[in-house]
Design a protein around this ligand. Structure first.
Ligand code: MOS
Length: 760
């Protein structure tokens, strides 16, 4: 492999920076009109009346759609939805079907007009009266009414409840603290947007900012009562998602609106709507208890978590990493889920591990300090090479190397065990570290590869590039698997009519689609070889397929460099203008989120490949290191430098991989120091409504970030050996920073974000 791994620039980079990459809101249609939603101003209750007389008189208004006149959608039915592959609606609330309000900001109507400005102006003329009910708006208040769900996404949610009480009581050293994290919002650069175009009454095209064209099509088809093949979803470019770009109600509403007015309709969410209508990460309260024996070996890990949800089964699974990291004879993880009448939480970058590693990895630091052991040595003492719950070996695991390499690159040996020992002028300087981890998921995927008579190659799959580098990395894999240069390869993704691929979520895209891309290239070469072998004019004529090698746009007889035949000549002599091959690959049943429908042709049964979860546990690991400078007078914290060492299997492109980790670390700096969605305690509505008051790191907040990869291919996840890389970068970051703040100041701050007033 010569292209795989190289830090080549994004093949779509020039298109993106020159404005030539087309995003969902930019697919303007002839005769298109605009929709603007109206949001509920109460948290809970009913719409008593909607007076749309004034709104309808506004210039350009074509329709005012509410529960009174909206298209009837298929009702919620989890079993039927699961069967149809339509379970992952962002919130269980088909839009505009009833007068019930279940959170502030819920879409209750949509106004359609000739222009965006007209739709927006008219939307504010709608007079809505409500019968409000008392709403649950505060997590702490609602915890006594919380529930303990049995399952989370097919796994037991409550693990060993109560079983750590005795070992904790018997432990020689103990820590037991409560950590909390706030609600956070994804805020991708590109706000959500949809353009809906109907062709007759039963065919729909959606240009939709989504992380999964297949998923969006399937769910939209279900609720609109269409055949899945009649919904075409297009998203060639997506400006970030981080979990927020599943299918939310605006996508269904715009399809309903387009049907109502008989014209294409565009709906682009405002930044304010992105606070209430496309999910968020729920706040968590986490109690972590650790016990060790006299030698510093963990005897138990306990992680009790509380959070909330609303119109979803999903909840922030912040105990996940506590079932994966470290040796401990017994561990307990529980979830208490309160109900809040607040916009619906969802997956957000490293759902679970992001807040969960904050709690566990701070507790680990607290224990190491108590034991007077270096935090890295404490982790190494308690290192596990097996999944502690299942007992399976990790498929490939180099966490101790991550610690050691990170310590060396970062200069960890200069750290003082005792806090407040390192000053630079008025600043207290501290070093902190934490473990990173995220599961290595893989799903079924199909990829088609075509080569034309000029030797141009097209790689096609219904995958998505949410900014991660999917286009570029796919081109690299195909270049190697065919022996042609990267610049001869065109990648077509982001279109549901292409061979199916999983949604770009759960850090599974690379691990899933590259084995299929490689397999499709192998099939294509086999077809080319068969043509050459059968052709009396070919130097490969009469050879056995297994003798044929490839490279430089040619096939050749292995070991005889005179016996070659180029792809172009083979195709030309065979009078073929194009040749194509499609392959589906899937992990052994049960691994990752399998998508059995991902087949090139429905009759085909693809071979299962590697990823045997009965034998191995698939996880990525890493080590995060932070240096912070704390100004105690003002309580301000600066992250001065950051080192991240990641064990994520084969690196497919050193540059895009590094960018993913840098992005994750910046996300983690935001979570550590500034990000928090604040809600009005009276009404439950978010008061941080824009990027002016929801603070994210800006350039001055971001230090040099030094990224290193172990780079050893995972021999068990797939023949490619790459695990996902999108989410692990954020994990452990806020803990590394909080641990560094303790090392600087001697203060343990256990409530994120670490804003200045918390030093008071
Ligand atoms: Mo990610 S939260 O699975 O998009």
């Amino acid at each position: 492999m010569s292209e795989t791994g190289k830090p080549i620039n994004r093949i779509d980079g020039r298109m993106k920076v020159s404005g030539k990459a087309t995003y969902s809101a930019e697919f303007n249609q002839p005769n298109m009109v605009y929709a603007f939603p109206v949001r509920a101003t109460i948290a809970k209750g009913k719409i008593a009346s909607i007076d749309d007389v004034a709104a309808k008189k506004e210039p350009g208004v074509l329709a005012v759609i509410s529960y009174k006149n909206a298209l009837k959608l298929k009702p919620l039915d989890m079993q039927a939805q699961m069967k149809a592959g339509a379970a992952f609606l962002g919130e269980n609330l088909p839009p505009l079907q009833t007068n019930v309000v279940q959170y502030p900001g819920q879409f209750i109507a949509v106004v359609v007009a000739e222009t965006y400005e007209q739709a927006r102006a008219a939307a504010y003329k709608l007079k809505v009266r409500y019968t409000a009910e008392k709403a649950a708006v505060d997590l702490k208040t609602e915890i006594p009414n919380s529930k303990k769900p049995k399952m989370f996404m097919g796994e037991e949610a409550q693990v060993n409840e109560g079983k750590t009480a005795a070992p904790f009581a018997a432990a020689s050293q103990k820590v037991d603290h409560t950590y909390s994290t706030p609600a956070e919002h994804h805020h991708p650069m590109e706000p959500h947007a949809t353009i809906a175009v109907w062709d007759g009454t039963d065919k729909l095209t959606l240009y939709d900012a989504t992380q999964g064209v297949g998923l969006t099509g399937t769910i939209a088809a279900y609720f609109l009562g269409l055949k899945p093949e009649n919904v075409h979803v297009i998203a060639p470019f997506v400006g970030g998602g981080f979990g927020s770009k599943g299918l939310w109600l605006h996508t269904l509403m715009v399809a309903m609106a387009a049907k109502a007015v008989g014209r294409p309709v565009k709906l682009a969410l405002t930044r304010q709507m992105m606070q209430t209508n496309v999910g968020h990460r729920a706040a968590t309260i986490q109690k972590v208890a650790l016990g060790t024996d006299a030698a510093g070996k963990l005897s138990m890990i306990r992680h009790h978590t509380a959070t909330y949800n609303n119109l979803t089964q999903f909840f922030e699974p912040s105990g996940k990493q506590s079932l994966v990291l470290y040796q401990a004879p017994v561990r307990e993880v529980t979830y208490n889920i309160a109900h809040l009448d607040r916009s619906t939480p969802t997956f957000m970058r490293a759902p679970g591990e992001s807040p969960g590693t904050f709690a566990l990895e701070c507790a680990m630091d607290e224990m190491a300090y108590k034991l007077k052991v270096d935090p890295i040595e404490f982790r190494i003492t308690n290192h596990t090479t097996k999944d502690p719950m299942k007992g399976h070996d990790f498929s490939s695991e180099f966490l101790i190397d991550c610690y050691r390499i990170g310590a060396e690159k970062f200069g960890w040996s200069a750290r003082n065990m005792e806090p407040r020992q390192n000053r630079n002028g008025k600043y207290l300087v501290g070093y902190g570290m934490a473990t990173a981890t995220y599961p290595g998921g893989r799903s079924a995927a199909s990829v088609k590869v075509a080569m034309n008579a000029k030797g141009d190659v097209t790689v096609m799959t219904a995958s998505i590039d949410i900014g991660t580098g999917t286009y570029t990395v796919l081109a690299q894999t195909a270049a190697d698997a065919l022996g042609v240069p990267v610049d001869r390869i065109d990648v077509k993704i982001g279109d549901s009519s292409l061979p199916p691929a999983p949604l770009a979520g759960g850090s599974q895209t690379t691990a899933s689609i590259h084995p299929a891309a490689m397999e499709a290239c192998v099939l294509l070469r086999k077809e080319l070889a068969a043509l050459a072998i059968a052709d009396p004019d070919s130097k490969l004529n009469g050879r056995k397929p297994e003798e044929i090698g490839y490279g430089d746009g040619k096939l050749f007889v292995t070991g005889d460099d005179k016996k070659t035949d180029s792809y172009l000549n083979i195709l030309s002599r065979a009078k073929r203008s194009e040749i194509e091959a499609c392959a589906t690959t899937l992990p052994v049943s049960g691994a990752g989120l399998t998508v059995p429908s991902a087949l090139c042709t429905p009759s085909q049964t693809p071979p299962e490949q590697n990823s045997d979860i009965k034998q191995y546990a698939f996880h990525s690991f890493g080590a995060q290191f932070a240096e912070v400078w704390v100004d105690e007078d003002f309580g301000t914290i600066r992250v001065k430098r950051f080192t991240s060492v990641q064990d994520v299997g084969r690196i497919m492109n050193e540059k895009t991989a590094r960018s993913q980790i840098i992005g994750g670390v910046i996300f983690g700096i935001g979570a550590a120091l500034m990000e928090a969605t604040e809600y009005d305690k009276r009404w439950g509505n978010p008061v941080t409504r824009t990027l002016a008051d929801y603070h994210v790191p800006v350039h001055l907040d971001v230090p040099p970030i030094d990224v290193h990869f172990i780079g050893k291919p995972d021999p068990h996840i797939s023949p490619i050996g790459a695990r996902g890389i999108g989410e692990i970068g954020i994990t452990g970051v806020s803990a590394a920073i909080a641990n560094a703040v303790f090392n600087a100041t001697g203060k343990r701050l256990r409530d994120l974000p670490l804003t200045p007033e918390k030093f008071m």
